[in-house]
Design a protein around this ligand. Structure first.
Ligand code: TEU
Length: 554
């Protein structure tokens, strides 16, 4: 059976937000040497690869997603030599390194942009997207993701440049073959340094409809999405990247692809391997978005979650490979959003994440059951998106300040960006200095040192669940069949792998109430491989306790 290759299908990936992971030099910001210090912890957890959010040289307008030199490390995080050491030290422990690649835009402080804005005939002019104004206004009505128009006027040449995110993140012009050459050479340079893959930031947005039409108005601005999400030349560009770079290495790629659907995902990440290996879809994390997008206090609808996850499981089977995630650095904490902050709910989420088809991604701290920060004061926030949204939406009278604070407490990206809680010493052992963002005060109870010692901790449950997945390839490759579709509390499914005769039943109670489950007759007497409540061996019809989860093997 060829079911152990390629390596990334059978891998468990751990996402590191370097800024918040471990500080080694007391400046309050996590760094590469800090990651090296924690490699033994990561090896102990059992993960195969680390995806590092951007550590390239950057003015840090958007915490590194604004890159001013793709071939250097930001001094905040260390040096290129530190990066090389991290790659080596990780490899010694069998851990691979995936870097985050931001190709939709660079920083406005990148030498390309500094040149580009100088004059209309500068050789770098067409590295970015410049347009003249229309009747003294922006070239079109598109809004930027972090507020305001997506165009910024530059007096030097009396023209506007496009920035889908902040004005300090000008969009690169992928239509220009020179841009593609530069990018592909840079990627090759990193692969030759020994990295094992890339996560590609908003890669589904790099090809823009060259007509740049107005978008349908939503609130203050027009939605340009239809003209740049899954744009006209996206697959051509990715196939060129694959031909010229990716296909030459034994590496993995995962595209961050807002707008990916079960229908178009196989185009990006089909099993024929012509473009990327996997995509991150956003359907489940978008549940419940309202008129102000993600800024809502509504809890997600469980029936929708079940439907979306099942649709991806069955829809990609045999066509493409799923990436599985509950959260990342842009989302609230998993245990807070999908659970109730309790360790029990965090374990339930681990059971589910690690028993679906695809490659699971664990976001740093989720393996400890870290929760939202629930900041009470605006001054505690650091994130450009949160701060801009507060100003723009309250300023326009679309929401009151109190309501917006409530939205931020549940949805701000900073919830996931508070420092990893290592122990109960000051600042949770993250830094000897002042952390760049406040540590969640619950670190005295939720921290790695305490959890290492406690056999019933979330951390030890993650370890068990990762080991279980690795020992049962049916949990990785098996097909998925939804059970109890109409059940309003339980997400239950079967995983079967015909080649090996493996057959599993997984049940997860997503509610804080008891729930009855009918175990299919052929699972009577089945072995319980893991349960987040001690000592259960479900048989026949059982009652699942609040947030209970188990895996049975026939
Ligand atoms: O995020 C892109 C993205 O899809 C945004 O819509 C994202 O969901 C945003 O955080 C809104 O809440 C990527 C990165 O993951 C993010 O951290 C960056 O800020 C962004 O690209 C720009 O590079």
């Amino acid at each position: 059976m060829e079911h152990t290759t390629p390596w990334w299908k059978n891998a468990v990936i751990y996402q590191i937000y370097p800024r918040s992971f471990q500080d080694s030099d007391g400046d309050g910001v996590g760094d590469l040497n800090g990651i090296v210090q924690r490699l033994d912890y990561l090896a102990g957890l059992g993960v195969d690869a680390l995806w590092l959010c951007p550590v390239y040289r950057s003015p840090q307008d958007d915490n590194g997603y604004d890159i001013s030199d793709y071939c250097d490390i930001d001094p905040l995080f260390g040096t290129l030599a530190d990066m090389e050491r991290l790659i080596r030290e990780a490899a010694r422990r069998g851990i691979r390194i995936i870097m985050d690649l931001v190709l939709n835009h660079s920083s406005d402080e990148h030498p390309w942009f500094i040149e580009s804005r100088k004059s209309v005939d500068n050789p770098y002019r067409d590295y970015y997207i410049w347009k003249p104004g229309k009747d003294g206004h922006e070239p079109n009505n598109w809004g930027a993701c972090f507020g305001g128009s997506a165009w910024k006027y530059d007096p030097q040449t009396d023209m506007y440049y496009l920035h889908l995110f902040s004005p300090k993140q000008p969009d690169l012009n992928w239509e220009n073959p020179k841009v593609r050459d530069e990018v592909f050479n840079m990627m090759t340079w990193w692969f030759d340094k020994g990295i094992d893959g890339f996560r590609m930031d908003v890669i589904s947005q790099i090809s823009k409809d060259q007509r740049f039409p107005d978008g349908e108005k939503h609130g203050l601005y027009g939605n340009g999405g239809p003209y740049y999400v899954n744009g006209p030349r996206i697959h051509e560009f990715l196939q060129e990247m694959n031909r010229r770079v990716l296909s030459k290495y034994d590496i993995m790629t995962v595209g961050e692809t807002p707008g990916a659907t079960v229908e178009n995902a196989p185009q990006y990440a089909g099993l024929d391997g012509k473009e990327l290996n996997m995509v991150f879809q956003f359907e489940h994390v978008g549940i419940g978005d309202g008129p102000l997008g993600k800024w809502t206090t509504k809890r997600y609808d469980f029936m929708q979650l079940k439907k979306i996850l099942s649709h991806w499981q069955t829809g990609l089977d045999g066509k493409a490979w799923n990436s599985l995630f509950w959260g990342n650095h842009d989302q609230p904490r998993a245990a807070s959003r999908w659970g109730d902050d309790s360790p029990l709910s965090a374990k339930m989420l681990a059971t589910c994440l690690l028993s679906l088809q695809g490659t699971p991604y664990i976001y740093e701290g989720d393996e400890l059951g870290m929760t939202n920060a629930y900041f009470k004061d605006l001054s505690q926030y650091r994130d450009i998106e949160s701060l801009n949204a507060f100003k723009e939406l309250t300023g326009a009278g679309l929401i009151s300040a109190d309501e917006m604070m409530a939205c931020l407490a549940l949805r701000s990206r900073d919830n996931a960006r508070t420092p990893v809680q290592w122990d109960d010493s000051p600042n949770a052992g993250f830094t000897a200095g002042t952390p760049w963002i406040q540590v969640n005060p619950n670190y005295t109870a939720i921290n790695a040192a305490a959890e290492e010692k406690d056999p019933d901790s979330v951390l030890n449950y993650y370890k068990k669940m990762i080991a279980l997945r690795k020992a049962h390839l049916g949990l990785v490759y098996g097909s998925f069949q939804l059970l109890a579709e109409e059940d309003p509390q339980i997400f239950a499914y079967r995983r079967t792998l015909a080649e090996t005769g493996e057959d599993y039943l997984i049940a997860c109670n997503f509610s804080d109430q008891e729930a009855a489950i009918a175990i299919p007759a052929d699972f009577a007497g089945a072995r319980c491989l893991i349960d987040n409540y001690p000592g259960s061996a479900p048989d026949g019809a059982v009652t699942m306790r609040p947030f209970e989860a188990f895996v049975l093997r026939k």
